[in-house]
Design a protein around this ligand. Structure first.
Ligand code: C2E
Ligand code: CA
Ligand code: CA
Length: 463
């Protein structure tokens, strides 16, 4: 009897255990299935799930002759938030954004997270462009509202690229590529911005790819040259140095100016190769001038934002100074405010080290960007370059729009910074600047940027 009871008990226990493991297995399976389809952080559909759903959505769209819009979202400043505030804040921000995205979309729309800070949104049943714009506006709107994460107020924004099914493409991978391209184009302009894909974007990209290829060739074949534009003392009218400005002497297309190729070089790390070239050529030129017996001619080099964020910049500068055996005081670098805004701690550290080498630091295009007094005080800046647009305001018999220019000049003086006015073309502009105690100027009034030999001739004339 006892044995039987025991057997029954065992059996029951066994069945329960079996059941338990079966249940556990079902649970594990469900979990596995879930994690293969959903992003564990935000609970949104993941990339695989998105592709699966798109099969269904495209089939549906073909059957009903419906259109849908595929939006590619990429957060604008996410890396910065992660780097400065830590991953736990970055993760929390992503969760808030995911929740807000879901809340503004309609039931038959879809949102997926496909990478760190990349999301895809599918807007279904698109009747016309207006309905796309409406959807995009709603999404951009969620970034305009303050986001508070763990007691911190964060500013976040996104860039959106949009491609339309089936108009832009009937191939899902191509559609994703087009939306991605449109997103990059949107990012180029401003933050919290969007762009609809167009055929010309595709052509532009092809052109860009060809241009970048041609730039690589040109660098190897020595088609890039540094030209020099005189920096002149406003009072003595003597040349005190020059700004090196890059030119592309293209073998078939002739002379090409930097505004048509530098922005494209900046899309990739190729700008770092150009930067190295400029530094190397600039340092050699300083040596040549020093050997002429001119001890006090300062050459400034433009440093792109990416280059200024590169930890190697300091080493490259030091190397260029040492290998060419030049005086560091004859070298300056020109950086823009974006360097300081985007990674303030790193930039401040780097610039202090660069300055300790004896190299001067100019703040380029001053007045066009953030123009924050805070940066001027916090960073080791020697001079500010006043953008040409301010100098353009100096017109004959007109002193109306000069408040900003005057303020910059006074501010420079009171902070002990030198001021260099750019784009001076007329004598009366120079007279005005002299009156307002501006220190130096550059501009066509004295000279355009000219090849090395021509600039040396200009220098020799004043010896
Ligand atoms: P930037 O540094 O602001 O250079 C000043 C630009 O104004 C130069 O154009 C110069 O030729 C032009 N300019 C100077 N004086 C006058 C004037 O009196 N009137 C007029 N209308 N223009 C004047 P450029 O050489 O075409 O350079 C354009 C931009 O390309 C530069 O602006 C700089 O941001 C970038 N750049 C030039 N060389 C380099 C380089 O070696 N490296 C990098 N990263 N960027 C460079
Ligand atoms: Ca410059
Ligand atoms: Ca400038």
């Amino acid at each position: 009897m006892f044995v039987l009871a025991y057997m029954v008990q065992l059996q029951v226990k066994h069945t329960i255990e079996l059941h338990k493991t079966e249940n556990e297995l079902v649970g594990v399976n469900e979990k596995l299935l879930y994690s293969s389809m959903y992003d564990s952080l935000t609970g949104l559909a993941n990339r695989q799930n998105l592709y699966d759903k798109l099969q269904y959505i495209t089939a549906n769209s073909n059957r009903n002759k419906n259109k849908f819009a595929l939006l590619f979202l990429d957060l604008d400043n996410f890396k910065n938030i992660n780097d400065t505030l830590g991953h736990h804040i970055g993760d929390a921000l992503l969760k808030v954004i995911a929740t807000r995205l879901k809340s503004v979309l309609r039931e038959n729309d879809l949102v997926a997270r496909i990478g760190g800070d990349e999301f895809i949104v599918i807007l279904n049943d698109i009747k016309n462009e207006e309905s796309i714009l409406e959807g995009i506006e709603k999404i951009l709107g969620i970034f305009k509202k303050e986001i508070i994460v763990k007691g911190k107020i964060l500013k976040s924004s996104t860039s959106i690229g949009c491609a339309l099914y089936p108009d832009d493409s009937k191939d899902i991978n191509e559609l994703m590529k087009y939306a991605d391209m449109a997103m990059y184009s949107a990012k180029d302009h401003e933050t919290n911005n969007f762009k609809l894909f167009t055929k010309s974007l595709d052509d532009d990209l092809h052109n860009e790819v060809n241009l970048v290829k041609d730039m690589h060739r040109a660098l190897d074949e020595g088609e890039f040259k540094l030209y020099y534009q005189a920096k002149v003392d406003v009072n003595t009218k003597k040349i005190v140095g020059a700004e090196a400005l890059i030119r592309w002497e293209h073998k078939t297309k002739g002379l090409i100016f930097p505004n048509t190729f530098i922005p494209f070089a900046e899309h990739s790390t190729f700008i770092l190769d150009i930067g190295k070239f400029v530094l190397c050529e600039g340092a050699k030129f300083i040596k040549r001038v020093e050997l002429l017996g001119l001890d006090d001619i300062n050459i400034s080099l433009n440093i792109s934002t990416l280059q200024a964020k590169d930890t190697q910049l300091y080493d490259h500068l030091k190397h260029a100074i040492e290998t060419n055996n030049i005086q560091a005081k004859n070298l300056s670098i020109e950086i823009t405010e974006s360097v300081m805004v985007e990674n303030s701690l790193f930039a401040s550290d780097l610039l202090h080290k660069v300055r300790a080498l004896g190299v001067s630091i100019y703040l380029d295009d001053f007045g066009t960007g953030y123009s924050s007094l805070q940066y001027l005080q916090k960073f080791p800046i020697d001079a500010i370059k006043i953008d040409k647009s301010f100098v353009d305001e100096i017109k004959k018999d007109n002193e109306k729009n000069l408040i900003l220019l005057n303020t910059i000049l006074v501010m420079g003086e009171s902070l002990g910074l030198k001021t260099i006015a750019e784009g001076v073309e007329e004598q009366y502009q120079l007279d005005y600047l002299q009156n307002k105690k501006c220190d130096f100027y550059q501009g066509y009034l004295k000279s355009k940027a000219i090849p090395e030999a021509a600039f040396i001739e200009l220098l020799k004339k004043q010896m």
